[in-house]
Design a protein around this ligand. Structure first.
Ligand code: IPM
Ligand code: MG
Length: 360
């Protein structure tokens, strides 16, 4: 089959890790007889440097015309990069939010899975880890605080900043439906996370999620307050299957969930709209401190490419092959520096990509 893929290398380590993911996709094409036509799209700091803005209409159009988008990471060092001298709406992150909105990518899926081979990297005690954990955070991505009205004003000489958290029931319903659909293919449990003891938006969230749950009688629904969830993630992570939550809570909890796996460099993510289209990116950032050094872990981006094969292109066995190759390389003891432990073989970004490609 022939597909059109938009590639967004982005900033920091982005170009290095996207390069390795492309290597893997090329190997998939060769092995399974597909053709991927790539088109490069500028986003974030790379787009600011080339076009003066973090996202152009041309970039949106190119992304829209493709079957899927694979992205590295965007952003730089806020203390030293000139991008952060610009007003907030012109900075790299604004480009990422704008492309999510423009492509209507309301469903952000962030799996957090403890690899048996990487148990040693998990910061939790053995008795807390138990049999390991395998959860997926389903984060609402185009609403809430990120997209509500915001402004900074001065009243009687006092500066005041306002951010607004808005959700309508349709936004809640469509992300809840995604979460229940996903849970149906997993351990059939949804934990909906909110702050219903304080926020109106959370109280509506709870009601709508309960309405949706009525259509999925075989799936267990529980509600959990976000502060409790933050605690439960380090207390008993094995209890979770699907965590359904709004944008801001999902941002915070997904970083925490990734850390308990011990290896943020391993975690993929998918941002989907109502159709099969999606944008795939690692859960980690652009790590400007190690950019260009050839040491970044490309696995999260490679696993994001596997998610792309599965969700957007319906290439399940190809996705399985990529995931199995990653597992195999870990089993053989190869590690990038971020997941390195005693007795293992340390490799750089490119070598890691080569090793995985060879095993497909
Ligand atoms: C993420 C990131 C972004 C977010 C930033 C870069 C705007 O932290 O994808 O989790 O907050 O959504
Ligand atoms: Mg984040």
């Amino acid at each position: 089959m022939e597909y059109k893929i938009s590639l967004i290398p982005g900033d920091g380590i982005g170009p290095e890790i996207v390069g390795e993911a492309k290597k893997i996709l090329d190997k998939v094409c060769e092995k399974y007889g597909h053709k991927f036509n790539y088109e490069e799209v500028l986003l974030g700091g790379a787009s600011i440097d080339a076009c003066g803005v973090p996202l152009t209409q041309e970039a949106i159009d190119t992304a829209k015309s493709s079957d899927a988008v694979l992205m590295g990471s965007i952003g730089g060092d806020a203390k030293t990069s000139p991008w952060y001298q610009l007003e907030p709406s012109k900075r790299p992150e604004a480009g990422l939010l704008a492309i999510r909105k423009a492509l209507n990518l309301f469903a952000n899926l962030r799996p957090a899975y403890l690899y048996n081979e990487l148990k040693g990297a998990c910061p939790l005690k053995e008795e807390v880890i138990g049999d390991g954990f395998d959860m997926i955070i389903v984060r609402e991505l185009t609403g809430g605080l990120y997209f509500g009205e915001r402004k900074t004003v001065e009243e009687n000489g006092v500066r005041k900043a306002i951010d607004t958290l808005t959700y309508d029931e349709n936004e809640i319903r469509r992300i809840a439906v995604k979460a229940f659909e996903i849970a149906g293919k997993r351990k059939k449990k949804v934990t909906s996370v909110d702050k219903a003891n304080v926020l109106d938006s959370s109280r509506l969230w709870r009601k709508v999620v309960e309405d949706v749950a009525a259509d999925y009688p075989d799936i267990t629904l529980e509600h959990m307050l976000v502060d409790n969830c933050a605690m439960q993630l380090v207390h008993n992570p094995g209890q979770f299957d699907v965590i359904l939550t709004e944008n801001m809570f999902g941002d915070i909890l997904s970083d925490e969930a990734s850390m308990v796996t011990g290896s943020i460099g391993m975690l993929s993510s998918a941002s989907l709209n109502e159709t099969k289209f999606g944008l795939y990116e690692p859960s980690h950032g652009s790590a400007p401190d190690i950019a260009g050094k050839g040491i970044a872990n490309p696995i999260a981006t490679i696993l994001s490419a596997a998610m792309m094969l599965r969700f957007s292109l319906d290439l399940d066995k190809e996705a399985d092959a990529v995931e199995a190759a990653v597992q195999q390389v870990l089993k053989e003891g190869y590690r990038t520096v971020d997941i390195m432990s005693e007795g293992m073989k340390q490799v750089g970004t490119k070598e890691m990509g080569d090793l995985i490609a060879e095993r497909i």
